[in-house]
Ligand binder design. Structure first.
Ligand code: 4NP
Length: 154
């Protein structure tokens, strides 16, 4: 099974989701059976490591995101991945307009799919305060639901 997380810049939310799911898969012994990646709808940060604030907040919870590099979503992603999970509704709308006709991927809103109380992971990039902690809290919860779905599909 192949899962792609998508946000706007691929330097805050979707790399966080990639790191969180990777660790949950490792803990469950499922790392060989699931391919995980992340990408952005925008191209401003292509080739860059995740935002330093994202890396620091993730590191404090034991996730090492330092080796990740941003890339932009490409048409082939819609054939390669089974599940493409958008962080907010704007990302979802962009993905739906990019999705080639007949491509196999299921495109969905990450938090809504796993029934969290909020449907979007707020963009922390320009915000102050605990935005990065909130991103981690939401993504950790939603990844628990995603792991259940993965188990049911393998
Ligand atoms: P992300 O956050 O979509 O979670 O990676 C953002 C990163 C960069 C920008 C916007 C959002 N930006 O406008 O550069």
């Amino acid at each position: 099974m192949r899962v792609l997380f998508v946000c706007l810049g691929n330097i805050c939310r979707s790399p966080t989701a990639e790191g969180v799911l990777r660790r949950k898969l490792l803990a469950a012994g499922l790392q060989q059976q699931v391919e995980v990646d992340s990408a952005g709808t925008g191209d401003w940060h292509v080739g860059k490591a995740p935002d330093p604030r994202t890396r620091q907040a993730a590191r404090a919870r034991g996730y090492d995101l330092d080796a990740l590099r941003a890339r932009q979503v490409e048409p082939a992603d819609f054939r390669r991945f089974d599940l493409i999970l958008a962080m907010d509704k704007s990302n979802l709308a962009d993905l739906q307009s990019l999705c080639p006709l007949g491509a196999g991927a299921e495109v969905d809103l990450f938090l809504r799919r796993y029934d969290l109380a909020v449907s979007e992971v707020p963009d922390p990039y320009y915000g102050a305060g605990d935005g990065f902690e909130q991103v981690l809290d939401l993504i950790e919860q939603a990844c628990d639901g995603l792991l259940l779905e993965i188990r049911s599909r393998l």
